[in-house]
Every structure is written in structure tokens, then in C-alpha cells.
Design a protein around this ligand. Sequence first.
Ligand code: ADP
Ligand code: GLC
Length: 471
Amino acid sequence: MEIIHVSAECYPVAKAGGLGDVVGALPKYQCKAGDIAKVVMPMYRTKFLYDNEWEVDFKGSSNLGNWHFDYTVIKEKTNKLGFDLYLIDINGLLDRQKIYGYNDDAERFTAFQIAVVNWLSNWEHRPDIVHCHDHHTALIPFMMQFCYDYQFLGSIPTVLTIHNGQYQGWMGWDKSIFIPRWDLWKRGMLDWEGNINPLASGVKCAGKVTTVSMSYLDELRVNANGLEKLFEYERGKCVGILNGIDNEVWDPQTDPYLEHHFDIQNVTVGKQKNKAALCARFGLNPEKPLFAFIGRLVGEKAADVLPDAIRTAIHHTQGNASFLILGSGETAVEWEFQQMTGIHSGVFNAVIGYDEKLSHHIYAGADFLLMPSRVEPCGLNQMYAMRYGTVPVVRSTGGLKDTVVDMGDFEGFGIRFDHASIADIDYSVGRAVSVYQDKTHMEWMRKHMMQIDHSWERTVDEYKAVYQSLK
Ligand code: ADP
Ligand code: GLC
């Protein structure tokens, strides 16, 4: 089976969050399982582009409204990632350093999607599946069915995976001129409450829709940033498939970012060494339990509650626990964390920014990983934490609910709470500090977590079943 993944992110080419991790790993494991999976994404100006060798695969041109543009598709030469990787270059739109955050993102991703369907229409054969990820690629199923120039691609089955339904790519109807000549009777397939809504359009037009955990699919019917009714109506075509993690990249025994490798046998000593290095770097006491947070500092992750929750926990634990933050996002939250590094030095530190290497050090060296997320479609951090013997302390939502069992339940190994509130976070930190004193229990939890299979090998068959249901 030949599967074309279309995505805005793919690790290690360009990553802003978990979407990049998933699109960098799922195709590799699909290829290992015997299918032909390929990825096509925009050609941003990232380090990966300059460090690798490329060949030109195709040159074409198309229109974005009245603007005529040329595009070039390049292919990575050595199969470095374990699958064929194609980048699309559109001068003036995609040739930027960042993935998102520009005023013309709507134009950038619409042009990218037009280039993808235009390129596919020039293939000599048809792929078996076009698999789109999130709203940046969710207009493709519409284009393949209702744009006159591409309708002949309509027989190729499409799948849309929703990694994050909060962002939908809304555009005013004035931007409808960007979509290549389309059947005006199908306006309803683009519209949601008076705007063009790419994510809603993808849900309506794709053959199947998947979400990245089972619980998230249930939650979307009651909390989907305005699309609740649509998810209820389309429930028949939706499937929840829990993400995996790339066990080759995330392996404490071989992780090239780590100085002190460890496995399940020597986890206690291994983590001690990593913790000592981390604490020395950030001025923290390695004797105290270390709580970490890694992620985007945004409302979805409840980052706004964290500064007060941590201040409260520092007070209640009487300084007997340490906290380390790695993240960037809302300026107000960044500022608060920066202030706290001075006021609570010795028990608190924060790195504002994005640092892949440090994130690995933290998964290896921390005792607990805090994830109070308001919304968490899957969450990869808790799975990385578990693989590195770090106990997840999570709000019971989405994928966190599907992957973490509270230590009070049978064979439980994590800590769960219900509300993204100061009280719940503070109470959970208290539970964690208590269990930290019990070395035997901690070691049992670490070993138990490290044995859980979150590999993609377990998951690729579920995607295959979705693809086969569309044949
Ligand atoms: P989301 O995609 O919603 O941000 P996920 O849990 O799915 O959340 O994935 C987040 C990914 O991004 C993980 O690989 C995590 O380690 C990484 N990450 C997030 N913030 C940072 C950061 N500031 N520095 C390094 N890695 C980060
Ligand atoms: C999104 C979600 C996150 C999920 C990731 C990968 O960014 O917020 O929960 O793990 O996508 O699917």
C-alpha cells in the first residue's frame, strides 16, 4: 500500500510539537511493516534542509487566486528518515525559518495544499491513500473532490488525523478566491458558521477521520472549539488511535543526548546520575524530588495556572521539592517564570525557549513530569517520561487518561487529578512528595512504566485497518 502523508511538521526536519514527532515516526514504522509511506511537507529554511542532500523531483506552477506561482518538489536522496521525504518550495511563502506564526499563514498553507494536489495530479500512478494531518492540510480532501482541475483525484481515499482540534485554520469567505475553481454548490463543505473552516471541511470531506486517542474522540463531541455538533454528526467515520512513540529515538540506553545511559535494571542509579547533572546545572538540590514541565506555555497546557500552583506547592512542601520548567509561549507566563527563578532560586528554575537536547536530559533526570493540560489530544511527553522512568503527574483528560493509571488504582504508576487548578496540582505534588520517600515503591513504579509498550509497531495495524476500510 502506498500512503502519502501531508503535514506541516515532521521531526527532525521541522518540529513545533507532537505533530512533528508523529509524522517523523509513523511513516517509518509503516515502511518497516511493509507498506510504502511517504511524507510531503513545506520546504522551510531549517537546519535539516542545509545538512542533507536533495534532488529535484518535480517543477510545476499553479495559482493562488490571481497570483501565479511556481513550485519545486525536492526529494531527500538517502532515505535518511526511513521513508521518502519530499519538500515543496514556494518562493515568497514557504521559504521562511519558522513553521507558523506569520500573518499570511492562510495563504502559505493554502498554496502548499494546492501545490500538493497539483503535484499528485502529475503522477503517472495513483497512491492508495492520501493521509492529511491537522487543519494546515485539511482542505486537500475538498480539493480532490470538488475543484474542477483535481476532481479526477477524487477516487483516492483520504484520511484526516486530528492532532489538535482547537486550531481550525478559519478564514473569511473573502479568501475563497484562493481555492482553485470549485463547484459552488459545495459551499457547505467548506463552511462552518459563516467562515471557511479547513478543519471542519476535512472532517466533512475525508473518507475517515482519526483522533490521536480514544478519549479525545469522546471529548470532541462535547468540547471541540465550536465543532461539537459536527463530531457528533460524523461519529460514524471517526476512529480514535492512540499515538505511539519512536522507541529508537527515545531510548535511555542509547539516547545520544544523554551522558549517563540506563535501562530497566539500573534505572535507580541511572536516573540519579542524570538528576545530579541536571540539578548541578540549574542550582537545585538532588536530594529533593524534582518536578519538571516541558511544553508550550499556553492555556491548553494550563501553563497559566502553573506559576501560582508551583508557588503554593513550594510553600506547602516547605521548600522540600524542586521545580524545573522548559517551554515558551505566552509572554505573561514566560515573564512570571523568569521572575520566579530569582525569587525561588534553589528550588525553582526555568529555561524559556525550545531545546531538544535539554528536554531529553529532563525526561532522564526528573522524578516527576507535570502535565495539568486542559486539553491533551494525546500527549507524547508523558510517554517519553515513562520510558525514562519519570512518574507522570497528569490531569485526567484525552490521551493522558488513556495512558496513565493512578498509583491508587490496581498496578497504578502515575498520579492523576481532575482539575487544572492550583488546589489539584498542589495536592498532587503532595502525593508525589510522599511516594518519593518510599524508595521501593518509586523503583517499582519506574520499572513498571518502562516496560509499557507504547511503540508504533503496536499502532500501525490500526491505521492499516482504517485505510483498508476505505478500499
Ligand atoms: P503538543 O504537540 O501539544 O505540544 P505533545 O506532548 O504531543 O504536545 O508533544 C510535545 C513535543 O514537543 C514533545 O516531543 C516535547 O518533548 C517537545 N517540546 C515541547 N516544548 C519543548 C521545548 N520547549 N523544548 C524542547 N522540546 C519541547
Ligand atoms: C497535538 C496535541 C498533542 C498530541 C500531538 C501529536 O499537538 O496537542 O496532545 O500528542 O498533537 O498527536
